[in-house]
Design a protein around this ligand. Sequence first.
Ligand SMILES: [Zn+2]
Length: 572
Amino acid sequence: MTSTVPAPVRGATAAPAVPAAAADAEWLTCGGCRVLLYRKRFDRLLGVCPECGWHSRLTAGQRLDGLLDPGSARAVTPAESVHDPLGFTDLVDYPGRLSRARESTGLADAVRVVRGRIQGHPVVMAVMDFRFLGGSLGVAAGEAVTAAAEAALADSCALLIVTASGGARMQEGALALMQMAKTANALRALDEAGLLTVTLVTDPTYGGVAASFATLTDVIIAEPGARMGFAGPRVIAQTIRQELPPGFQTAEFLLARGLVDGVRARGELPWVLGQLLAAAAPAPADWGGGVVDVVLRDPATLVRRPPAEVVRLARHLDRPTLTDHLTEWLDGFVELRGARDGAGDCRAVLGGLGVLDGLPVMVIGHQKGHSTEELVRHSFGMPSPAGYRKAARLMRLAAKLRVPVVTLVDTAGAHPGLEAEEQGQAVAIAESIALMGSLPVPVVTVITGEGGSGGALALGVADRVLLTEHGTYSVISPEGCAAILWRSPERAGDAAAALGVDAGSLLRLGVVDGVVPEPPGGAHLDPARASRLVRDAVVVALRELRTSEGPALVATRRARFRRFGLTNDRRP
Ligand SMILES: [Zn+2]
């Protein structure tokens, strides 16, 4: 991790923007596509090339100016640290190298720490400046990141770290290495205090920074093209002589592998970060007061339909999907992606933070689609183990932030396949079920379409479980059951009836607590209205639950599931 400092990092995304000619500073050459750019326009575009989208490297000062509300910045001065612990000399002595870096950047070291506001929300920022000895992590930089975490803890506000680093600073030896542990511990203290931590990964972020505070935060956003990794491509090539794929270690490469939450263009960042900070802020006490309770709780009030028709309606492609609900309900939803285990980002399960009428919520659910193309993109709503592990990560984050969890279930089942088995599909489902039973925050589940087996229950262990009027919930698909017990998949209608997959049967069993009405004829005929009805049902459930948390809430949730299948006089 130490070998990339202070050597320049090469690659299409890394070259600095250079003046086209020393005498003509009005023009510069794009480091991505080499096109000639007018500097004033380039600056107006925040250092992003209008032709190819290349994001140039910013100084810490430019970054702070670009993100913080004007006039809100207040510098935080980290504690004094040793300057040259080893008396290190290579081709030049380290003190000389340091003083030249200080002169050329005007900075004391590679990290600036500032208290400020983003979109009105208080935040402490630690921003790395790559110009200062390649953003290397030495004692002063580690101390600055730690001081930032401690300032956030003192202020009870969020921490935002902007990374840009070649790795640990060799000239400070083992003391530089220790900064990884020091900063990691400082971030864990924020986890224990329930304070949001966010990393903005900029190009490049390597070695000791990537393997400590950069990747220990709740949310990792990367700029397009920004590279992050433990070992740099040159080190890998020299050590094991392995050929590396195009785009290796770029933000997009990391996103596809579930290692970062999102790749966001520079212009979007104040909005995205502002939304994340809003989702970690408290909601008003009288929240949800005006919403009317639409949920049906008496099976006798439900219209009976033939089970085969219910199954058909539950699978109708025009029913609102998860993303339709998110668009209809939430202000500023920020999708959070990946389980951070390198197994890929499952697109059959989506989730993220949003604000529901002023209440921050973590929404997670299965995503299907309205067309074949969408269905293929989202694996027909059949998650891989990575999908359940992503959901688990988001649920743990909700627990940390004390934000309620809303899950929307719509799946024929978890993905059956070789890869899913290799990656532990059964374990991922089991762990998600157990985790939900332990979450110290309110959990509301709505089965909005198909509730297929363990793949549905993995997102369905909630304080309130609701079902839409034409939704289904079943231990196995009617076709699967018919094939096994009737020895004929054509008998799926009989199987659906026998299994009791419809709202009335499920309400009578107590498996669902209530039924959300659908517009006449079904949700597919008026998806927007159907979505608003689900939203109102969720608001009412959250209104009832939102003041409960901790062990009492967990005990009540576990008691709900403990009762299933017992005769009335045996119920605890
Ligand atoms: Zn360009």
